[in-house]
Design a binder for this molecule. Structure first.
Ligand code: ZN
Length: 193
């Protein structure tokens, strides 16, 4: 899928929103990305995951399991696992630490593909990589639907994203949207001011 086509789908589904947003980092931005709004449609989930699967099977590599950090990555892990015909599991936080629950296991020597919906700093994905390696698994790479770092994030393994872009952010005191008195919105809630 090319960048223009991806953007068209993101905008049509409301996944890519334009305005004046307060991010969880405290910075302001003119765009906000809510990946769940695009992945709620099976045909788009399938299409974005197909790009990830095609990239990671170019060399005819075989995988044992696909894993994602909860919650956003779960549907991506499920669909990539379905297309590869392998197990699909997820890691979740317990007392702040990323762990495997529900009896999910990774055995020593397993070839593992880590997936995620949106990578921004990559912290959750790095924790999942560590979790896999602690259990003796081999992380072949990371596949994401969107890389919000614009390719800047370094995960220590190959990263493929179907769509890569760098989010433009502003410090509150230097935000041009604040200067224009555009109402600030905290995503997922109603207007702040
Ligand atoms: Zn602002």
């Amino acid at each position: 899928m090319n960048k223009k086509e991806a953007e068209r789908i993101f905008e049509a589904t409301g996944a890519l929103q334009k305005g004046h947003f307060l991010l969880s980092s405290g910075l302001h931005s003119s765009t906000y990305f809510q990946c769940a709004l695009v992945l709620q449609y099976p045909e788009y989930l399938e299409a974005f995951c197909r790009d990830i699967v095609e990239f990671f099977t170019e060399e005819e590599e075989e995988y044992d399991v696909v894993i994602a950090p909860a919650v956003g990555g779960i549907v991506v892990a499920y669909e990539v696992g379905r297309q590869l015909g392998v197990r699909s599991i997820f890691a979740e936080r317990e007392n702040g630490k990323m762990t495997l629950r529900r009896g999910f296991q990774i055995s020593p020597g397993e070839n593992v593909l880590v997936v995620e919906d949106v990578i921004t700093t990559g912290e959750s994905v790095k924790e999942v990589i560590q979790l896999v390696e602690e259990r003796g698994g081999f992380v072949a790479g990371v596949g994401a639907v969107v890389d919000r770092s614009g390719g800047k994030v370094n995960l220590g393994v190959p990263l493929f994203a179907t769509y890569s872009t760098r989010a433009v952010t502003y410090k509150p005191e230097k935000c041009p949207l604040c200067m224009e008195n555009i109402p600030l919105v905290k995503p997922g809630s109603r207007g702040l001011q």
